[in-house]
Design a protein around this ligand. Structure first.
Ligand code: PMV
Length: 327
């Protein structure tokens, strides 16, 4: 009735931006990401306690975060014959303070894997991915390591909307992602709200959906050949297109700030000098640089020269996994 799992965050190379079903978290388009080590979140789930309790990074969880955790566990209960009773959840991330990286993907992936194990359900990456998706969409891509593709699926119940691993972490061990933390603040508009605003008001949204869906197989082909330049170019244009469709929302959504643009300009100068480095950008101002092992030091120096407060160098990460020690 008690289990603990560790999962890594992921950063999308082809982003997920917009839901066709808000409750089940079903996306309009497929997406593709890289799972990142060494960052991780560890989560312990114990069923059969007196009342539901959720503690994240030492704080009692409240509001929508708590609701999402409990909703995910409700789905675990629905899959077992036994009466599992209330659950205690304790979760802890090892991310540097205010890294600016969303820990929710790793957190919900660890919760899904630990929750299933605590309920006595067998290890099953597909079922865990569907479960993690109910916590936060991108979490379905953190159940497995390496390069994972979240297939949008067609079914209204979401049973075919989960992530599959296309290549494991060992496929491209030299690939690097360098997180440039330019701003430690909370973002103004959460991805959930930003997506909704974009889907409902951006005239560019249908074009985004079409284009992103077409980019996924291209990204897969570049990864298969370990073609950093082709993947970097694809990754940048996909980030620009996600931000363009958001900028065209009403009211407009601008996640970039002056520091973000400054870094992007310097990045281009670096490329002209022959340093292979590209960026991607989630729903916030902190770019993540895509490069290789030979150039990660140069990428870090670039980020620091452009005002990064923290820089986190990441390598391809592995699958979410059960651990013996509980929190
Ligand atoms: O899964 P959420 O609700 O945190 O949304 C993630 C959205 C992006 O990070 C911007 C893109 C992605 O695919 O991870």
């Amino acid at each position: 009735m008690k289990a603990t799992a560790l999962a890594h965050p992921n950063i999308a190379l082809v982003k997920y931006w917009g839901k066709r079903d808000d409750a089940l978290i079903l996306p309009h388009q497929s997406s593709l990401s890289l799972t990142l080590s060494p960052l991780s979140v560890t989560t312990t789930v114990e069923f059969g306690v007196p009342t539901d309790a959720v503690e994240i990074n030492g704080h009692t969880s409240k509001g929508s975060e708590r609701e999402r955790v409990l909703r995910l566990l409700e789905s675990v209960r629905a899959q077992t014959k036994d009466a599992l009773g209330p659950a205690k959840v304790v979760s802890r991330g090892d991310f540097p303070m205010a890294a600016g990286l969303a820990s929710s993907a790793a957190g919900f992936a660890a919760l899904a894997v630990a929750g299933r194990a605590a309920a006595g359900l067998p290890s099953d990456a597909r079922a865990a991915s569907i479960l993690a998706r109910l916590g936060s969409g991108s979490a379905c891509r953190s159940v497995e390591g390496g390069f994972c593709e979240w297939q949008r699926g067609e079914r209204p119940d979401g049973d075919d909307s989960f992530a599959v691993q296309r290549f494991d972490a060992a496929h491209w061990p030299d690939l690097r992602m360098v997180v440039a933390v330019l701003d430690r603040g909370e973002k103004d508009v959460k991805s959930r709200d930003g997506m909704k605003q974009t889907v409902e008001t951006s005239p560019y949204y249908p074009a985004w959906v079409r284009d992103a869906e077409e980019e996924v197989p291209r990204a897969r082909a570049h990864i298969a050949r370990r073609d950093l330049q082709a993947l970097g170019e694809l990754c940048e244009r996909n980030a620009w297109r996600m931000h363009s469709t958001s900028l065209a929302a009403d009211p407009p959504l601008c996640y970039l700030n002056a520091g973000t643009l400054g870094l992007i300009q310097h990045l281009r100068e670096h490329r002209k000098k022959g340093i292979p480095v590209w960026f991607t950008l989630d729903a916030g101002p902190n770019p993540v640089l895509l490069t290789d092992a030979a150039n990660e030091v140069a990428a870090e120096a670039l980020a620091r020269a452009c005002g990064a407060l923290d820089v986190i160098r990441c390598v391809p990460g592995g699958d979410a996994a059960l651990k013996q020690e509980h929190l």
